[in-house]
Design a protein around this ligand. Structure first.
Ligand code: SAH
Length: 213
């Protein structure tokens, strides 16, 4: 599969759409302008890759809407070299955005099929995460903690304590919290037991599930 001028043109239009919707972070916009999102999609949806919409991927999951990816990425305030944990690798698109921002990325996926597919695919197009694992995101990745940022890309019914405790002081957790609709929530760790909480309106995600298959 190729990245053509047509794709690049559509990608620039998508970037314009995101700017019009309020995304400001230059690094995030640049990453979205660069990453060939069509390569992350199942073949039936490739023609729609640069619409600002979520689409189905394998295992009944979805590649998040570009606006949502941009919004979450902007909230993380990533700087080059930051150690970042992602829960819900999925297609790997958000992983690629984090890598473009210069993060060292650790990512967890609980669907075996997606884990296998994306672990093969990402390096093929030049994106190398520090670690992609098949596991349960509710537990985080204690061996690699602390993280400057943690991003959850599935709807969490509650905020898992392990994720809060694996944040570095000054670190940021961005997590959509809720059952049918999720409130985008940012926690900033101010001290060992001190967390600041901010809420940013409603989003819709596939659910964060507890049992591995
Ligand atoms: N970041 C992805 C979004 C995928 S949708 C992308 O850009 O494509 C959310 C993903 O979270 C799905 O792949 C789903 O399988 C995964 N997920 C759900 N519950 C999980 C859990 N407990 N631990 C890890 N991943 C989980």
């Amino acid at each position: 599969m190729k990245d053509t001028f047509k794709h690049q043109g559509m990608r620039q239009q998508l970037v314009e759409t995101l700017i019009n919707k309020g995304i400001k972070d230059k690094g995030v916009l640049k990453a979205i302008g660069k990453i060939p999102r069509h390569l992350f999609m199942d073949s039936g949806f490739i023609d729609h890759a640069y619409q600002d919409k979520a689409f189905p991927i394998a295992a009944d999951q979805t590649i998040s809407q570009p606006y949502t990816v941009a919004f979450q990425s902007e909230l993380l305030q990533i700087e080059p070299g930051h150690k970042v944990l992602e829960i819900g690798t999925g297609s790997g698109y958000q992983t690629a955005v984090l890598l473009e921002l210069g993060a060292r990325v650790y990512s967890i996926e609980r669907q075996q099929e997606l884990f296998k597919k994306t672990s093969k695919f990402l390096p093929k197009i030049g994106y190398r995460a520090k670690s992609l694992i098949f596991g349960d995101g509710y537990k985080g990745m204690p061996v690699e903690a602390p993280f400057q940022s943690i991003i959850v890309t599935a709807g969490a019914p509650f905020v898992p304590n392990p994720l809060l405790s694996q944040l570095a002081i000054g670190g940021r957790l961005v997590i959509p919290v809720g059952d049918d609709v999720q409130v985008m929530t940012l926690f900033i760790r101010k001290g060992p037991k001190d967390f600041e909480k901010h809420e940013f309106g409603d989003f819709r995600f596939v659910p964060m599930l507890e049992d591995k298959n």
